[in-house]
Ligand binder design. Structure first.
Ligand code: CA
Length: 436
């Protein structure tokens, strides 16, 4: 009997570690770091996608993405213009904290920056999404519009990105320049200071280039973060004749913006098809959103049913289309209706990459996963803030206050008044003053 016990003990002593090792192997396979793709549009209209209800625009690839993931009905950017919105997105921090609150440039000024706009950019002390992901072992790349500073010290390759193919400024032509611009900000650049014009239509070119990065890292089994920062559908209004021909019923700028949106959707399709082809679709987080509301006046985009346009604090300036697909973690074909912010992407990605969100200091975003999955039924944000020059806005719960430089502030209750037409300032005086 004693001998049998000894044998059993010896058997278990060997069996248990083997069992643990086998289990560990399974766990490490299932917890493989997900790849991350951030598809970012520029100046797109809230209404201008099939998945947002458009009957005019042709966006089949994005519509499919919407059915494969979560559509957010109240997603906000941190500012209604390009530069500050991107500064908030890429730092996960309210960009007002580091002076990035005016139009497209930070408010802090020096004699140098006053004379040269390229000297204005995302302060070099700020840590970016790419910096955080790089520390988690990710290969990182950004394609397209940077707009976070034109001077060399602000360059994407100095802000956590291994690779860059795009332009430093805020807008450029979609077709190759016959006479390259004198401003280096608008030239197409590969890596650091290698300026080379592309062939073809820029939206297609950026997606094509990103697929090379995706394939290289997928084959090397390296987790990657690809930020596709399209300038579509920002002005100038450039579209190909083939894309324009798809919208015979439209005219003028509306026809051009539709064609530019079709090209954007095709570019998204190229990237998503590459994931499928490489068999990494199930281990890749894909997010699609847009940097600020459509400037209806400039590019004929539509933000309906929301009021307001780019550069305003009405919902049409700050609420954006937003999709997230994450197979195995997020339920397909669902909506999330509580307010979220583009500030949330940095902590969400960092956590997904194996990071500890408690290490993130001074971040204003939150890891969205527990909220979307219903583990946390609270709102990710009870309050959200926006500011531009003397104007500002605040959302607290479902109430929104907008402050103007030249007239009394207005108060809206969004669930009943998404269009912000019914000012409740006088009927809710206590709430109004408290929020003001
Ligand atoms: Ca923009």
């Amino acid at each position: 009997m004693q001998a049998m016990k000894k044998i059993l003990i010896i058997v278990f002593a060997f069996y248990i570690p083997l069992g643990c090792a086998a289990q560990q192997k399974v766990i490490s396979n299932t917890t493989k770091k997900p790849n991350i793709i951030l598809l970012f549009a520029d100046d797109a209209g809230y209404a201008d996608f099939g998945f947002q209800g458009s009957k005019v625009m042709i966006t089949p690839n994005l519509d499919k993405l919407a059915t494969e993931g979560v559509r957010f009905t109240q997603a906000y950017v941190t500012h209604p213009t390009c530069g500050p919105s991107r500064a908030g997105l890429i730092t996960g921090k309210s960009q007002y904290k580091f002076g990035y609150e005016e139009n497209n440039v930070p408010t802090y000024m020096s004699a140098v920056s006053a004379a040269d706009s390229t000297e204005m950019g995302l302060p070099v002390e700020e840590v970016t999404m790419a910096d955080y992901l790089k520390k988690q072992g990710y290969a990182t790349a950004v394609y397209g519009k940077w707009h976070l500073g034109g001077a060399d010290r602000f360059h994407p390759t100095k802000r956590g990105f291994d690779e860059f193919y795009g332009f430093r400024g805020g807008a450029r032509d979609y077709f190759p320049y016959k006479n390259p611009p004198s401003e280096p900000q608008n030239k197409l650049e590969r890596g650091f200071a290698n300026f080379e014009e592309h062939e073809g239509y820029l939206t297609d070119v950026l997606a094509e280039d990103a697929t090379v990065f995706i394939e290289k890292n997928a084959k090397a089994n390296t987790p990657f973060f690809a930020f596709l920062s399209f300038n579509a559908v920002h002005t100038p209004m450039d579209a190909t004749p083939e894309d324009l021909a798809k919208f015979p019923e439209l005219t003028g700028k509306r026809k051009i913006v539709a064609a530019m949106g079709l090209a954007l959707d095709r570019a998204v399709g190229k990237v998503l098809n590459k994931l499928k082809e490489l068999g990494i679709e199930d281990n890749t987080i894909v997010v699609f959103t847009n940097d600020n509301g459509g400037p209806t006046d400039a590019n004929a985009s539509s933000n309906l049913p929301l009021s307001g346009i780019k550069a305003t604090h009405l919902e049409g300036g700050i609420r954006v289309p937003f999709l997230m697909k994450w197979p195995g973690q997020l339920q397909a074909n669902t909506t999330y209706t509580k307010p979220i912010s583009t500030l949330d992407l940095l902590p969400t990605f960092f956590k997904a990459a194996g990071g500890d969100v408690n290490e993130l200091k001074d971040i204003d975003g939150v890891d969205l996963l527990p909220y979307i999955n219903g583990q946390n039924s609270a709102r990710p944000h009870e309050t959200l803030f926006w500011k531009r020059d003397a104007r500002a806005a605040m959302r607290k719960g479902d109430w929104k206050l907008i402050r103007f430089p030249d007239r009394p502030a207005e108060l809206f209750y969004l669930p009943d008044d998404e269009k912000e037409l019914n000012d409740l300032a006088t009927s809710e005086p206590e709430r109004y003053l408290e929020m003001y």
